[in-house]
Design a binder for this molecule. Sequence first.
Ligand SMILES: O=C(O)CCC(=O)C(=O)O
Ligand SMILES: [Fe+2]
Length: 278
Amino acid sequence: MIRKVIKNIKYHITNVRWEIAGLLRDCKNHLQQPVNEFSLQGYEIIQNFLDQDECDRLIELANHYLRDQSYLIYGNCYLVCRNAVQEVDSKVQQLMNVQEVDTQLSQLFHSHKIEELFEQRIGQKLRLKTISIQVDNLDTESKRGFHNDNITPPGFKAFIYLNDVADYGDGPYTIIPGSHRHTFRKIINHLYNRLITVLSRRKNYPVGDMRLFYSDKQSVSIFGKAGTLILSNQQLAHKGWQKHDQNKRYVLVCYLKLEKFDNGELFNLGQKAILQTA
Ligand SMILES: O=C(O)CCC(=O)C(=O)O
Ligand SMILES: [Fe+2]
């Protein structure tokens, strides 16, 4: 028993050392980036990236494939109903690798347009890994709080609202501006997550949760018409607004990695949900 506990603590300490080294490297990397709104604030909003007709078409495409359960659609395209894989954000459904079943999205995927928007701002090469359509059904109970998507290195996402997000009840993407550069606060949060995992003997560890230092008072919720694009550094403390009680939200979400950290792996987030139901 004691041996098991010591082994567990050692495991966490080894990982924490790597993560701190990674976060310090990320901090140095941020300081080398050109100074602009995106590199300083960690996000930027671009209006009218898609027109209304294209947004409506993508909503229809999503509706066509929506089911109550996760399933494989075609090739690498699949639907994930998050309630099958996690307790938080349990009302989210997401069509993964959707560029595989739609010509226009496939063109966008291969066009390098999204990568360029980020590259112009951070001065480094990126790779677009996948495009998905996220459907956020109304949820006032299970929304995940402030978090980073991973620990290190930073990931990037381009979110494109497909319907108007005009009010808190529409579930806006919500961020703490500039928090992608809060190296010390991140380290403390990551240590805290490890600590509560060890103390509570939980199996699943809340990777990336940002429970300390951040509150709604410091946050900015991003409202916008259908077609609004949000460029986002996923090391920002961020979340979807927790009182999403008005309109269902459809978002096109593009996932990107820095080229130097991309090992060429296929994108398979949530795929185990399909294996479970197969
Ligand atoms: O639903 C949102 O607005 C945020 C979702 C999120 O945390 C993410 O895509 O990383
Ligand atoms: Fe996230």
